[in-house]
Design a protein around this ligand. Structure first.
Ligand SMILES: [Mn+2]
Length: 297
């Protein structure tokens, strides 16, 4: 697979730590934007995360030298097609990288990229469920003429495998009816942002193999204002990390995406926050191996 070289790659790490063949983790930039309905710019999300990643310390005080497991950044998957065809492109690309045995973190781009990705993971992993952190339930059957709009992203995913939704605080009446009827696993922002008591319950609803889709608007817009459809309320940075760490410890997380960053040139903090979360996701996945290595030194 074609990959980006230093300094244009995630973390700006040299080829010894970022070549594709040796890498355990792979970053896939997928800057698709076609159906956003409010603030535009999520197509610049992957690039902003990669740029910001060059500013974060490689040593993580919680986990150690995460980069030593070797992290490769693929060339961006660019398609201008309609969402129906974009989903197929995502599926094909992920399938290829999964066949190479890599742990993949995809950077969006709008949330509609997730269903094609999940379809590829579902083919590889039985008993898959999806953990969605998001302000929006994204369960519309159709939005503005498309079944693959960002507002329908999780409806399409829910057709593939069970989902658990965390941080939700915005949905239509139609979605609310669906949620009630299907008894969806929803952890409303209003019930969870001031406590961690829900962690075990949310994790108990996940199957053994878990795919995580993190829509950055699930975080509090106070710390994550750079999103296309901001909503007040939401998860804090440390709460998000505590929860994610526990998910990785309790389940086999097989892949992740981080979507909907809509960078604002005058505020780099959200870009760095997103980059740091991506680094943490990889760190939590390989936490045991990294700690073993550190103990040997
Ligand atoms: Mn959202």
């Amino acid at each position: 697979m074609d990959y980006l070289k230093c300094p244009g790659n995630f973390l700006e790490i040299p080829d010894a730590y970022s070549n594709y063949a040796d890498s355990c983790a792979v970053i896939l930039p997928f800057p698709y934007e076609k159906t956003t309905s409010y603030i535009k710019g999520t197509e610049k999300g992957p690039d902003a995360i990669i740029k910001a990643s060059g500013q974060i310390e490689l040593y993580d005080e919680e986990i150690g030298n995460i980069f030593e497991i070797k992290i490769s950044t693929l060339k961006p998957l660019i398609t201008k097609e309609m969402p129906e065809l974009m989903v197929d492109a995502g599926f094909a690309c992920i399938k290829e990288v999964l066949d190479d045995g890599k742990f993949i973190v995809t950077l969006g781009g709008e949330h509609s990229i997730t269903s094609g990705i999940v379809k590829a993971f579902r083919e590889k992993y039985s008993g898959l469920s999806v953990l969605q952190i998001d302000a929006h339930s994204d369960l519309r059957e159709e939005y503005q003429g498309s079944r693959h709009s960002h507002a329908c992203a999780m409806k399409r995913v829910a057709e593939i495998c069970p989902i658990v939704q965390v941080g939700i605080r915005s949905m239509s009446g139609e979605e609310f009816e669906f949620v009630k009827e299907k008894k969806m696993n929803i952890f409303w922002a209003k019930d969870i942002v001031d406590n961690d008591n829900w962690f075990n319950k949310a994790i108990s609803r996940l199957t053994r193999n878990v795919y995580i889709t993190l829509d950055l608007d699930g975080l509090d817009p106070g710390i994550m204002p750079s999103v296309g459809t901001p909503e007040p309320g939401g998860l804090g940075y440390y709460q998000t990390l505590r929860f994610l760490k526990k998910v990785f410890e309790s389940r086999n997380v097989v892949g992740c995406d981080v979507v909907e960053l809509c960078p604002n040139k005058s505020n780099a903090a959200p870009d760095v926050t997103a980059a740091r979360i991506v680094y943490k996701l990889i760190g939590y996945k390989f936490m045991n191996e990294i700690k073993v290595k550190d103990n040997k030194i």
